[in-house]
Design a protein. Structure first.
Length: 184
């Protein structure tokens, strides 16, 4: 039995965006318009909107609009997660964010990836690699988290950093590419 492009996408395999995925993105685009228009609404109403679309929304999780994502249903937020204005999550596969993690404005989290081989890219194929962010993490404004990265509990990601590799628990990284901060 042949697998659908959505099934391949969710499994992190090479897939080709098709009409089914396009329709799901259109539904998500309409939801994002509603969510982003709710800036003046109480946090409780925005929380209810998040629960409509995201895979899991923990107690007291907050995303300040505007917010952007591919599908929404691959995003899992723990209790007390806070994401500031203008964040982007490319969630073709799971993106999980642990309890009490704080994310600054304009942070970009990419689970979407593309083949390194130009011929395969020309064929329109893409894939995803899950991003896992632990609990009690602080991600400074403008940071970029690349596909497949895991960030351990209690880590700190400096503002503007580009995280290309896993970050251990309680480690502070800064820069492009992000590297552990040296002690002074």
């Amino acid at each position: 039995m042949s697998r659908s492009e959505k099934q391949k996408m969710l499994a992190g395999e090479l897939y080709r965006p098709d009409a089914e995925l396009g329709a799901e993105q259109a539904v998500n685009k309409a939801w994002l318009a509603r969510y982003n228009a709710a800036l003046a609404q109480p946090v409780s109403e925005r929380h209810a909107l998040l629960r409509e679309r995201l895979g899991h929304v923990g107690k007291d999780a907050v995303i300040r609009p505007p917010f952007f994502c591919d599908y929404g249903y691959n995003i899992r937020l723990g209790d007390g997660v806070f994401m500031n204005f203008n964040c982007v999550i490319l969630d073709v596969v799971e993106v999980s964010i642990g309890d009490r993690t704080q994310i600054g404005p304009a942070v970009q989290i990419y689970a979407a990836d593309h083949p390194r081989d130009a011929r395969t890219r020309r064929e329109g194929l893409e894939f995803g690699r899950p991003v896992r962010i632990g609990s009690d993490v602080w991600i400074g404004g403008g940071a970029i988290i690349l596909p497949g990265v895991t960030i351990g509990d209690g880590a700190v990601i400096g503002a503007g950093s580009v995280v290309t590799r896993d970050v251990g628990a309680e480690v502070t990284v800064t820069g492009n590419p992000a590297r552990p901060k040296r002690s002074s």
